[in-house]
Design a protein around this ligand. Structure first.
Ligand SMILES: Cc1cc2nc3c(=O)[nH]c(=O)nc-3n(C[C@H](O)[C@H](O)[C@H](O)COP(=O)(O)O)c2cc1C
Length: 226
């Protein structure tokens, strides 16, 4: 059954006044569709985590979201190797939800993975977030362009923080936009590890690593977004 169509049960009486139930198709609301997408993400992220952490198959299969429009397990594994703070959103799903969130990103915002997968990033903005900056992000997405902005965001505990973020489209092997990635740029950077990598170089490295992961998996068994 497609996501937008649901069956409703309705009790009716037949000619002998006996009650029976009929199922009628009806259109799901945007909220119901969003809830369904979130529920699917939560279930699949638990299965994928189980599959990755134990190396075991789920129901006789390697846990893969291929074909459902969600992230494949090989892409999940490749992204898991990137340690920086970033999220991936899927513009092909209703309201462009988060389909991947790195551990560093979750640590920064104080939410658990299942609380963010399936949601649009706007839950991070709040009362004092500058609407002009939000509009700037929206326009960049609409024009399929990269942007870097500094925006006031809120953690789960409601504390605010300045989020210096870079958003960029991510293309698959056939050149179509498959995802958008957001990478956090560390403003409080100090060259503590002696590697001398500036935040800009790190940002480029993270975006590059995500793009390579998406392109490589889309050449193989990953979802082909067209
Ligand atoms: C990849 C990506 C990451 C985003 N990250 C953030 C974020 O960290 N904080 C934020 O306030 N908005 C973020 N946004 C912007 C929101 O998702 C949304 O586009 C913005 O709130 C404007 O749209 P709206 O007016 O429909 O809410 C991100 C968008 C994308 C595509």
């Amino acid at each position: 059954m497609e996501l937008g169509r649901v069956l409703t049960r309705e009790s009716v009486l037949d000619s002998d006044n006996r009650g029976f139930e009929v199922e009628e198709p009806c259109e799901a609301s945007e909220l119901e569709k969003q809830k369904a997408v979130t529920a699917i993400y939560n279930i699949l992220s638990v299965l994928t985590f189980h599959s990755e952490s134990t190396g075991r198959l789920v129901c006789g299969k390697r846990c893969s979201l291929t074909g459902t429009g969600l992230l494949g397990s090989s892409l999940n594994i490749s992204l898991g190797r990137i340690k920086q703070s970033f999220v991936l959103t899927d513009p092909h799903l209703p309201d462009m939800p988060i389909v991947y969130a790195s551990d560093a990103f979750l640590k920064l915002i104080g939410y658990a993975r299942h609380e963010v997968l399936g949601r649009n990033c706007r839950f991070l903005s709040g009362a004092d977030t500058d609407s002009t900056t939000l509009f700037q992000i929206k326009e960049s997405i609409r024009n399929e362009q990269a942007c870097t902005v500094r925006i006031l965001n809120y953690r789960k505990d409601k504390s605010s923080f300045w989020n210096l973020l870079h958003i960029s489209p991510v293309r698959n092997a056939s050149g179509k936009i498959a995802y958008f990635v957001e990478v956090q740029i560390d403003e409080g950077w100090k060259d503590q590890d002696g590697q001398g990598l500036s935040p800009e170089i790190r940002r480029l490295g993270t975006v590059g690593a995500v793009k390579v992961a998406v392109r490589t998996t889309s050449m193989g068994a990953g979802p082909s977004k067209s």
